[in-house]
Design a protein around this ligand. Structure first.
Ligand code: M6P
Ligand code: ZN
Length: 184
């Protein structure tokens, strides 16, 4: 029997290394339209990195996984967040596992009903394929979350643009608070 290295290893720096790992970086210019007030923000600000690995097989049961690293950036008081998405195939669930930092996992159903779960190192989340989901960093450190989903899930960003999340998370006097999205 041979014992070999795992396909990917997370390093203390927050970077995931291994073969077949893709990554992309979102700057403020990629996500500015999601925020209440983009005024004065530097377009080049690094908002989040996503590392991912997909199965070579792409069969019905294939899985993909990823690591999101969301930096502690304030956008005129609003906490840094991922774009968020519904799944193209709403029968596909997703698992999130908190690795570091502090934040919220925001959900929204198709009627606009919005709620959150707390995210922290060790928190485990089962996301129904019927709910939109977004990560929000409410802490002062990078929020790191591992994710695993079915290759068929797909990202439906258009649905989120048509029906944005019902709440925004703002930080006031060091405390995160949810405020109703008045632009709806
Ligand atoms: C997680 C997974 C990915 C997703 C990423 C960033 O790693 O859910 O599928 O792409 O977060 O989220 P978003 O695409 O909504 O910006
Ligand atoms: Zn998803």
């Amino acid at each position: 029997m041979k014992i070999i290295e795992p396909p990917a290893v997370e390093e203390w720096s927050g970077i995931l290394k291994g073969k077949d790992i893709q990554s992309y970086r979102k700057h403020f210019s990629d996500v500015s339209s999601y925020y209440l007030n983009a005024e004065g923000m530097d377009a080049e600000t690094v908002m989040y990195d996503v590392y991912s690995s997909s199965s070579e097989e792409k069969a019905d049961g294939s899985l993909e996984w990823g690591l999101t690293v969301l930096y502690p950036v304030s956008v005129n008081g609003e906490c840094n967040m991922t774009k968020g998405h519904f799944h193209m195939d709403e029968s596909c669930e997703e698992i999130y596992i908190g690795k570091a930092g502090e934040g919220l996992l925001m959900y929204m159903d198709h009627t606009g009903n919005t709620w959150c779960e707390k995210v922290f190192s060790g928190s485990v989340h089962r996301i129904s394929g019927r709910y939109a989901h977004r990560l929000i960093n409410t802490g002062d450190e990078p929020l790191k979350v591992m994710a695993c989903w079915n290759s068929r899930a797909g990202h439906n960003y258009e649905a989120i643009q048509k029906q944005p999340f019902g709440y925004r998370v703002m930080k006031k006097d060091g405390k995160a608070e949810a405020v109703k999205n008045e632009q709806l």
